[in-house]
Structures are given as structure tokens and as C-alpha cells.
Design a protein. Structure first.
Length: 369
């Protein structure tokens, strides 16, 4: 047997909503209430207004009844709309499409409507780190690091190039993709390149290139990988420049060849959005038999150079001796001084051996003594 008269207590922070056959018929404030319900057709639901959100399956019918107009606020978000909610001055949540209602009196609820047809979300008040965990459900969040650039595409179309910072895009409205590009100087090692010179000598080269990205959009859109495209261009340039020269020319004109390589690669790198800062040939590796041949050639050249130097020294010595003899012949006094120097050196050695030859020579020695 049902009770015909029911008693309810509604506290100061609560509100009672009385339903009859599922429809809202009355709003009850704080106090004690008696409800006469002989046929058990009435249902009293009590809500704690300290939680500002009013959640009901038939919320739309409750709002249309008009009984809650002065007690609640509500918003009905369409598919292209989102909302930001602050409660008592603190950010609380994002709202996705749907109907929402909140109690007005105990909490200060502020709702800001946003049009999500602009895929990029940008709000000055939502810059603190604490807000972002609550945003992950409705936003795609990405970060462009320092010394990088972000190339932004929306639905496959290039939109802009982003500077370092944090960016967010609404989920579901458009497909946003951000490609991060490193703007710092980078090193590209082009190793183990087998190239044949014009005189049919096979070489193995190791080249090194330093480059940086100067146009992030072009670096992303001009090729699948700008660094791989640059690697390929360096390979082709090496074959074009070195393959047209003989080995001796290549070995003797390295600086000119490097300059020509740099010019070729730089012109192509510009179309990739890159700037080539430097290009150099690090190693040149010859085949074993070619090494031996080059060593023999070098050895022969050095021997010839050494022989030439020796001949030059002998000629200079003989020329000096001839000049000395001529000088002594024209100056007898100078000849006598030279003879005295020789005798002085002999006397200083402690031994003096005299060997007689021609009569004139012995006479001159005796005179000296």
C-alpha cells in the first residue's frame, strides 16, 4: 500500500524539482515539504546546487517548461560550436556540441562561445600549462620547439609557417597537420661515392655538406625529404664535375673543382628551400694498383728533383772554385796570405810534414819557413 502523503526536507543549498508523470510541474526551495501522492504519480528530485551543473536526460523539456528560467543558465551548442567555461573565475572545462544547464546562484559560471569553423584555437586566457590537460579531449595540441619552424596544413592546404610556441586546433572540424622543421645548421655526410674520371681511373670519394633550411614551406612541399634530395644532388654533381676531368687535373685543381661543385649544388638547393653553407671533399681513395703507381711516380719525381738539386750544388761549387782561382791568380799578395793560413793550420796541428816536389815549390816553402 502506497503512502498518500510524503514528507521531504530540502536544505539551503538544494533545490527540489517535482515531476508528475515525467513532466516538471513545480520547483521547491529550501524547507520542509509535504507532497500528496495517492496514485504514486509524482517524483521529487533534489539537486545540490554546489555542483553547478544540472544534468538530466529530459533537460530540453525542463527548459521549455519555463519553470527554471530565473534559476538556471543554459546553452545549446551546434555542431560547429564549442564553449569555454569558468567557474568562480577559474577555468573549468570545454563544452562540445549539446545542451548544457547550470545553477545560477551559488557559483559564478561564465560561458564563452567559440566558433570551431576556424580550426585554429587561440585564446589569450588559456596560456597556462595547467589548462592543457583538460583540453586534450577536444583539441589537438602541438609545440614548435626553439630554433624550429612549424609548417601548418589544414585539410591538405598550406596555411602558414608557425614560429616557436604552443598551438591548438579543434578536433573533428578539420584535419590539421603541423610539420616541424629544424632551422639549425645540419651536416650531410656523402660517403663512399665510386666515380670514374675521364681517363678511366676509379676513385672513391667522401664529401661533406653543411646546410640549413631557409624556406620551411618549400623544404616540406618540394620533396618528400629535403635532406635526401640534397644528398642525391651532391651525388650527381660529383659525377658531373669529376667524371669530366682526368685524374691529374682533379688532383691538382681541387679548389677549383670544389667551387664548381658548390655552385652546382647551391643552385639546386635553393629550389628545395635550403642554403648550402659549405661543401668539401674530405677523402680521395685510389685503387691499390693505382696507389702503387702513384707512389712510384712520386718517388721518381722526388729522385729527379734530388738529382737536379745535387747537380746544381756541384755546379755552384765548381763555379765558386773557378772564381777563387782566378782571384788568387790576379792577386799574388792574396795568394801569399792564403798560403800563410794553410801553414798556420798545419802548425797548429803539431805536425809539419814537408814533401818536396818541383824545385820551385821547395824554394817557396823554404822561404815561407
Amino acid at each position: 500500500m502506497f503512502k498518500m502523503l510524503n514528507r521531504y526536507l530540502i536544505r539551503s543549498f538544494e533545490t527540489g524539482l517535482l515531476f508528475k508523470d515525467g513532466d516538471l510541474v513545480r520547483v521547491l526551495d529550501a524547507g520542509r515539504h509535504w507532497i500528496f501522492d495517492p496514485l504514486n504519480r509524482r517524483d521529487l528530485r533534489i539537486y545540490n546546487r554546489r555542483d553547478p551543473w544540472l544534468i538530466e536526460e529530459q533537460l530540453d523539456l525542463m527548459i521549455k517548461s519555463g519553470l527554471l528560467d530565473d534559476r538556471i543558465g543554459y546553452i545549446d551548442l551546434k555542431d560547429h560550436q564549442r564553449a569555454l567555461v569558468w567557474i568562480d573565475g577559474r577555468f573549468d572545462r570545454f563544452l562540445t556540441p549539446g545542451l548544457y544547464a547550470w545553477w545560477k546562484d551559488l557559483k559564478d559560471v561564465r560561458v564563452e562561445l567559440v566558433d570551431a569553423r576556424n580550426p585554429r584555437f587561440n585564446h589569450q586566457e588559456l596560456i597556462l600549462q595547467d589548462y592543457w590537460p583538460k583540453a586534450n579531449a577536444v583539441l589537438d595540441i602541438c609545440t614548435v620547439e626553439r630554433n624550429h619552424a612549424g609548417v601548418l596544413f589544414i585539410d591538405g592546404r598550406y596555411i602558414e609557417t608557425l614560429t616557436p610556441g604552443r598551438y591548438a586546433f579543434w578536433r573533428g572540424e578539420a584535419t590539421a597537420k603541423m610539420v616541424e622543421v629544424d632551422l639549425r645548421e645540419q651536416l650531410l655526410d656523402v660517403a663512399g661515392q665510386d666515380i670514374m674520371t675521364a681517363d678511366k681511373v676509379s676513385l672513391r670519394l667522401n664529401a661533406v655538406v653543411t646546410y640549413s633550411v631557409v624556406d620551411a614551406q618549400r623544404a616540406v612541399t618540394s620533396s618528400e625529404s629535403a635532406s635526401q634530395a640534397l644528398y642525391r644532388e651532391v651525388q650527381l654533381a660529383l659525377r658531373a664535375v669529376i667524371g669530366s676531368r682526368e685524374l691529374d687535373t682533379f688532383l691538382s685543381d681541387k679548389e677549383e673543382i670544389v667551387q664548381e661543385l658548390s655552385d652546382l649544388v647551391r643552385s639546386r638547393a635553393e629550389t628545395l628551400g635550403l642554403n648550402v653553407d659549405s661543401l668539401g671533399i674530405r677523402d680521395v681513395i685510389l685503387p691499390g694498383e693505382m696507389k702503387d703507381l702513384m707512389n712510384r711516380v712520386t718517388e721518381a719525381k722526388k729522385a729527379a728533383e734530388a738529382n737536379l738539386i745535387s747537380r746544381r750544388e756541384e755546379t755552384a761549387a765548381m763555379r765558386s772554385q773557378a772564381n777563387t782561382a782566378k782571384l788568387l791568380d790576379n792577386n799574388p799578395a792574396l795568394m801569399r796570405m792564403k798560403e800563410l793560413e794553410v801553414l798556420e793550420k798545419i802548425a797548429a796541428s803539431g805536425q809539419l810534414n814537408v814533401i818536396l816536389g818541383e824545385q820551385g815549390l821547395s824554394d817557396r816553402i823554404m822561404k815561407l819557413l
